[in-house]
Ligand binder design. Structure first.
Ligand code: PMV
Length: 342
C-alpha cells in the first residue's frame, strides 16, 4: 500500500520518448492497457517541468501551460488524470498545475509522454502518495500510454501485461542512457506539419476496428520486439536500423489501412524516408534508419562516424524547418516544489 499524508505541493521533471516499437491499440481504454508491449528511447536535452499544488480553497482544477492559463481539452485531460490521483490518495481537493516545456510547443516535439510523466510525478508526490518507479509508471500510463515509458531513462520497455486490472502493465528500464555512445537521433522537424486531426487514443481504436492489417501486426510485434532488444544489447547497428525501419513501415501500414485512412506524413516527411533508403542503398549496408509517431516529423537514427553524412543529406531536402540531434536521456525525477509564480 502506498503511504498517505496531507496533500501539498511538489514538482517533477520528465523527458519525451520516441517509440522504436510502437504502442498502437488498447484492450482497455479506461485503464489504458495496450494490445502489445512497446520499446522506446527517452530523449535527452528536452524536458517538461510540472508543479502541482493541492489547495482546499479551490472549487476546480486550474492549469497553466508555458505560463498561459489553459482550458478546454488540455484542462479536461489534466482534471481527469487528477481524479485518478485523488481516488488513490483518498482526497477530494482540487489542484493548481503549472507545466512548462523547455522546447517550443510548435516544434512538434511537445509530447504527452513527458507531460503526463511529469504530472504523474508531481501530482502523486503532492497528494502524499509515495509510489515506486513501477507504480509511477502505472499511474502515468493512465494519462497517456507512452507516458508510462518516460518515467525511465535510456531504453525502456513497456510490458503490455495480461491482467484486467493493469497491475502487470508498466514500463521498466532496459538499458541505460550511456549504453550506445555512438547513437544519434536526428529529428527532422517538418515545416507546415498539420495539426493532429484525430487524437492517437481514438485513432488507434479506429485501427483495431477497421484495418485488415492489424491482426498480422499483433502477430509480428513480439518477434520484432525480441530482435530489437537483442540488437540493442549487442549494439548491432545494421540489425537495429533494419528493424527500426521495418517496424515503422508496419505501423504506417496499419495507419494507412485504417478507415478513414490515417496519413500523418507530408511530402517532406516522405522525402526523408526515401533519402534514408537511398543512403543505405548507396552505402551497401544500413547506415541510417527512420521512425515516426502519429505526426509528420521523422526521427532518423544513425551512428558515429556517419552522422555528418546523414545530416548533410537530410539538410538538402526541401520542407524541413530544422534538424535536432538527440541522444538517450535521463529518467523522470523530482525538482523543488516551488515553481514559477502565477
Ligand atoms: O501515448 P499516446 O496516447 O500519445 O500514443 C502514442 C502512440 C505512438 O506515439 C504512435 C506510439 C508510441 O508507442 O509512442
Amino acid at each position: 500500500m502506498p503511504s498517505r499524508s496531507v496533500p501539498g505541493a511538489a514538482g517533477y521533471e520528465a523527458a519525451p520518448n520516441i517509440a522504436l516499437v510502437k504502442y498502437w491499440g488498447m484492450r482497455d481504454e479506461r485503464l489504458v492497457l495496450p494490445n502489445n508491449s512497446s520499446l522506446s528511447m527517452t530523449v535527452g536535452g528536452l524536458r517538461t517541468r510540472t508543479w502541482v499544488r493541492f489547495d482546499p480553497g479551490l472549487s476546480a482544477d486550474r492549469l497553466w501551460l508555458n505560463g498561459e492559463p489553459a482550458g478546454g481539452g488540455p484542462l479536461q485531460g489534466v482534471a481527469e488524470f487528477l481524479d485518478v490521483v485523488r481516488e488513490e490518495a483518498g482526497t477530494r481537493q482540487f489542484a493548481e498545475v503549472r507545466s512548462d516545456n523547455d522546447f517550443p510547443t510548435a516544434s512538434g516535439l511537445a509530447s504527452s509522454a513527458s507531460g503526463f510523466a511529469a504530472l504523474a510525478g508531481a501530482a502523486s508526490q503532492a497528494a502524499g502518495l509515495r509510489l515506486t518507479p513501477r507504480g509511477l509508471s502505472r499511474l502515468a500510463r493512465r494519462g497517456s500510454g507512452s507516458a508510462s515509458r518516460s518515467v525511465f531513462g535510456g531504453f525502456v520497455e513497456w510490458e503490455a501485461g495480461h491482467r484486467p486490472d493493469g497491475e502487470d502493465c508498466y514500463a521498466r528500464p532496459l538499458l541505460p542512457p550511456d549504453h550506445w555512445p555512438e547513437l544519434r537521433d536526428l529529428v527532422t522537424i517538418i515545416a507546415d506539419a498539420p495539426e493532429k486531426a484525430v487524437r492517437s487514443a481514438r485513432a488507434m481504436q479506429d485501427t483495431i476496428r477497421t484495418s485488415t492489417a492489424y491482426a498480422e501486426r499483433l502477430r509480428s510485434v513480439p518477434g520484432r520486439l525480441a530482435n530489437l532488444r537483442t540488437a540493442l544489447r549487442m549494439r548491432d547497428a545494421s540489425r537495429f536500423l533494419e528493424l527500426l525501419i521495418a517496424e515503422c513501415d508496419d505501423f504506417r501500414h496499419v495507419c494507412e489501412t485504417t478507415v478513414p485512412s490515417l496519413d500523418y506524413l507530408t511530402p517532406a516527411s516522405r522525402a526523408v524516408l526515401a533519402a534514408v533508403l537511398d543512403l543505405n542503398r548507396t552505402a551497401g549496408s544500413p547506415i541510417a534508419g527512420y521512425t515516426h509517431d502519429a505526426g509528420a516529423h521523422v526521427h532518423v537514427f544513425t551512428f558515429e562516424p556517419n552522422v555528418a553524412e546523414v545530416e548533410g543529406r537530410l539538410r538538402s531536402i526541401p520542407g524541413i524547418a530544422s534538424i535536432r540531434t538527440l541522444r538517450p536521456g535521463p529518467a523522470a525525477h523530482p525538482i523543488p516544489a516551488t515553481g514559477p509564480a502565477s
